[in-house]
Design a protein around this ligand. Structure first.
Ligand code: GRF
Length: 190
C-alpha cells in the first residue's frame, strides 16, 4: 500500500490536530494510507503535544523564542520539514507569520476561522462574530507569503442566527473538524 506522509504544525489547544489524527493517521483510503510522521510546535507548553502523544505521534518542539529572527526560525522549520520527507504540511492553529523562506519551499495548507477572503489575519473569529453578516464559516487555503491569501481549497458556512459567542465558537470548530481532513485528502489526491 502506498503511504502519503503529512506533518501537522500547531501552537496551542490542538483540537484540529487531534481531529486530523483521529480521522487520518494510519487510516487507509482507496490504495493509500495516510501517515502523520510527526507534529511540530513552536510552543513548548502547547496542550496539543499531549493530545498527539495520546494518539501515537511525537511532537518536535522548535521554540521560536530561542531563534534570533523570524528568518532563522523559518530556516530551521524548513530544514526540519524537509528531513521528514512529507507529501504535505498541514497548519492547524500554527500562530506564526511565515516568511518566503518557508512559503517558497514548503507546500502547505492552513485552516482559518472565517469565510475568506473576509476577515483575514488575527481575531478572525471575533470579527466574524461581531460583523453584520448573516452567515459565517471556515476556509482551508494554500499557504502563500501574503497572510490567509492563498487559493481557497474548501469552505463550510452556517447561519449565524441568534447564536451567542460560545455557541458560535463551537460551531466554527465543528465546521473545521468536518472539513479539514477532507481538504487534506483532496490535496493529497486520495
Ligand atoms: C482554529 O480556530 C483555526 O482556525 C485557527 O486557530 C484555531 C486553532 O484551534 N487557525 P486548535 O488549536 O486546533 O484547537
Amino acid at each position: 500500500m502506498l503511504i502519503k506522509k503529512i506533518v501537522i504544525l500547531f501552537s496551542g489547544e490542538g483540537s484540529n490536530l487531534e481531529n486530523l489524527l483521529k480521522k487520518l493517521h494510519k487510516k487507509s483510503f482507496k490504495s493509500f494510507q495516510v501517515e502523520v510522521v510527526s507534529a511540530i510546535t513552536n510552543n513548548p507548553d502547547a496542550k496539543g503535544i499531549q493530545k498527539a502523544k495520546n494518539l501515537g505521534v511525537d511532537t518536535i518542539i522548535l521554540n521560536h523564542k530561542t531563534f534570533k529572527s523570524r528568518e532563522e526560525f523559518d530556516t530551521k522549520l524548513v530544514e526540519t520539514i524537509k528531513n521528514l520527507e512529507v507529501n504535505l504540511t498541514v497548519l492547524a492553529g500554527f500562530m506564526r507569520i511565515l516568511t518566503p523562506i518557508f512559503t517558497n519551499e514548503i507546500k502547505a495548507i492552513n485552516i482559518h476561522p472565517s469565510l475568506l477572503p473576509l476577515f483575514k489575519g488575527a481575531n478572525a473569529l471575533e470579527r466574524s462574530f461581531d460583523s453584520d453578516m448573516k452567515v459565517a464559516g471556515v476556509s482551508v487555503h494554500d499557504v502563500v507569503s501574503e497572510i490567509d491569501a492563498g487559493e481557497i481549497i474548501m469552505q463550510r458556512c452556517f447561519d449565524k442566527k441568534e447564536m451567542d459567542f460560545d455557541n458560535f465558537k463551537s460551531k466554527i470548530h465543528e465546521c473545521e473538524h468536518e472539513i479539514y481532513y477532507k481538504a487534506v485528502l483532496k490535496v493529497l489526491k486520495i
